[in-house]
Design a protein around this ligand. Structure first.
Ligand code: ADP
Length: 594
């Protein structure tokens, strides 16, 4: 276990190395590829803004000198020039913002779509280990930060370059004041560095905890009914409150750091302002400096003081950008979350034969769930699996749909190894109807079209008739256009399963895997589902996980699964004769139903 932890830590570090600033920038630029025009325009207007920013204080200084010298005609000319320049500044600002918005929106859209697509590709075993909050927060919050910081960085870097130019001008005018500025900005820089390092460490924790809280809130919303029925509102609230409390404490701490350091650097700048004037007064009195030069240098003081604040802010944004981009590209790349791999072979018309050859599998290294499973199913056969709960029946289904991969052994579809087939050949030909199928919070019709876009009205109605659902749907006020609520809440368990069956029928997948519901469905519903399955028999390859033996009587083959192994196979009649345990279970069930 210790070894494993070490390994995981090492892997963690390797991942962090993978997402260096350079990698993140390269990956972000990839998304900006088609927005070059906007980015260049944004850059040009930023440069113009920086130039105006450099000229404006110079003009103001001139304006002040003309005023003190009483040269009113020149004062007027300079004032008009300042007006023109300020209007141009506003215009440049407007246009820079416009292009930055277009740029940010486009990048945001592309990254978000990519994340959504990549989440769907993550290996099921990795999804099992992750909270949904991880993906929601990264999709919604971190992507936004990437685009924003990308632009902020550009703006700040242009400004830094301009301000360095100004600092150079001060060097030319007066060396003493230049060195004064160097000392002053170094002090500001040190304070900023401390602030940033404190801020980033809290921010990192905050984001991790925030995504955990998002996941929990998501679970609360989805599981609200169960939470109520389990009378678990109080304990759930306790859990959520402690998470919310934690993230708010962290947010407060970030605010506190910001507040404290704003006060500190503000006060220090006031002191630096004062010492600058004091030093200048001394130098003017000693004739080391002219008033005109001092006015110019003084006008630029904010730009110069801002220089290292800007530099440290750029460093902060780079760190922030790296944090967000790392979290986003971690989802998109495949180092942290492994992505499903498929082969390249495509089968157009699948027959529906398949075979498990000595398949071993475990969800983790500690426990083997399937211990050498081998069986063959011919197309259009109906095969049932029976056995205790936890024996590994559903796992067989998951492996067949390639939701997980066997640790050893192979699975063949139509004689071809599943690993060689592309995703469409496998999942486009297999439907799994689970005990609690996921029904999307859309209309009934949309629940069909989401799995088959070009489905016709007739095909949909035919599928629903076969699944014994059509009459029920027609009794709803809006028929096929009725919204079914989140997770199909407004439907009963049996109706949800029949809708899932109809969905599978509409998809026309050749292989249908059906996990019969264990929940006590009323006889009518049970019969409805049974009829639906009987309707499909001989036309599809059907695998059933049967919880009631009455369901399996008509199967072509029944397999008994125990502790990850097939312990017996036969038809219902054969097993009644040869398998005492099966016979006992069947007789017990008959008694119960009498
Ligand atoms: P059955 O369908 O026969 O009731 P399953 O195939 O669902 O059994 O489960 C077999 C074993 O695998 C059980 O011990 C179960 O706890 C475990 N298991 C099932 N799904 C997962 C999963 N996603 N992660 C870890 N273990 C799992």
């Amino acid at each position: 276990m210790k070894n494993l932890n070490k390994k995981e830590k090492k892997k963690d570090q390797e991942n962090k190395k993978d997402y260096s600033l350079w990698t993140n920038l390269k990956l972000s630029f990839k998304y900006a590829k088609h927005q070059k025009k906007e980015f260049i325009l944004y850059f040009i207007f930023n440069v113009l803004l920086a130039i105006i920013g450099a000229i404006a204080p110079l003009l103001s200084a001139k304006q002040l000198l003309k005023l003190t010298d009483g040269i009113l005609s020149e004062l007027m000319a300079i004032s008009i020039l300042i007006l023109i320049i300020e209007i141009s500044r506003n215009l440049c600002n407007l246009l820079a913002r416009k292009f930055s918005q277009i740029f940010a929106a486009e990048i945001l859209k592309k990254i978000q779509i990519d994340i959504a697509r990549e989440v769907l590709k993550i290996e099921t075993s990795d999804l099992d280990k992750s909270s949904s909050g991880i993906f929601i927060d990264r999709l919604v919050k971190d992507t936004g930060r990437i685009a924003d910081i990308f632009l902020d960085l550009n703006m700040s870097i242009t400004e830094v370059v301009t301000n360095i130019g100004i600092l150079f001008a001060v060097f030319v005018i007066n060396k003493v004041l230049f060195f004064y500025y160097i000392i002053a900005i170094s002090i500001i820089f040190v304070i900023e560095k401390i602030r940033i390092s404190k801020f980033i460490s809290v921010d990192k924790k905050y984001r991790k905890d925030a995504e955990k809280a998002t996941g929990l809130v998501g679970e609360l919303v989805r599981g609200v009914r169960d939470v109520k029925v389990l009378n678990a509102s109080e304990s759930f609230m306790k859990k959520i409150s402690s998470d919310i409390k934690k993230i708010n404490e962290e947010r407060y701490e970030m605010g506190r750091i910001r507040r404290t350091y704003t006060f500190l650097s503000g006060s220090i700048r006031d002191i630096l302002d004062f010492t600058l004037v004091a030093l200048a007064v001394f130098m003017i009195s000693k004739n080391y400096l002219t008033i005109a030069n001092f006015v110019v240098i003084y006008m630029y003081r904010n730009k110069i003081f801002d220089l290292l604040t800007l530099v440290s802010r750029v460093l902060e944004w780079i760190k922030d950008f790296n944090l967000s981009a790392g979290r986003v590209f971690e989802v998109i790349g495949d180092d942290t979350f492994k992505k499903e791999k498929f082969g390249t072979k495509h089968i157009n018309n699948i027959k529906g034969d398949f075979e498990f050859k000595n398949v071993h599998f475990g969800y983790n290294e500690e426990k083997e769930v399937l211990k050498g499973i081998s069986f063959k199913v011919k197309h259009n056969e109906t095969v049932s699996f029976v056995g205790k709960s936890g024996a590994g029946k559903s796992t067989i289904f998951s492996l067949l749909a390639k939701l997980y991969e066997p640790t050893s052994g192979s699975i063949l579809i139509d004689g071809m190894n599943i690993n060689e087939l592309d995703c469409d050949s496998i999942r486009g030909n297999i439907s799994i109807i689970t005990q609690s199928p996921y029904i999307f919070n859309l209309t009934i019709r949309e629940n069909f079209t989401i799995v088959k876009e070009d489905l016709t009205e007739e095909e949909m109605i035919k599928a629903c008739k076969l699944a014994k659902l059509h009459e029920f749907i027609m009794s709803l006020p809006n028929g096929y256009d009725t919204l079914v609520g989140e997770g199909g809440l407004t439907l009963s368990g049996g109706q949800r399963q029949r809708l899932a069956i109809a969905r599978a029928l509409a998809q026309k997948t050749e292989i249908i895997l059906f996990d019969e519901a264990t929940s006590a469905l009323d006889n009518e519903t049970q019969k409805g589902i049974q009829d639906a399955i009987n309707n499909m028999k001989n036309e599809y390859t059907i695998l059933i996980i049967a919880h009631r033996l009455s369901t399996v009587i008509n199967s072509d083959k029944i397999m008994i699964i125990d502790d990850g192994q097939i312990t017996d196979t036969g038809t219902h009649e054969e097993l009644l004769k040869t398998n005492k345990e099966y016979k006992k279970l069947y007789e017990m069930e008959l008694k119960e139903t009498k």
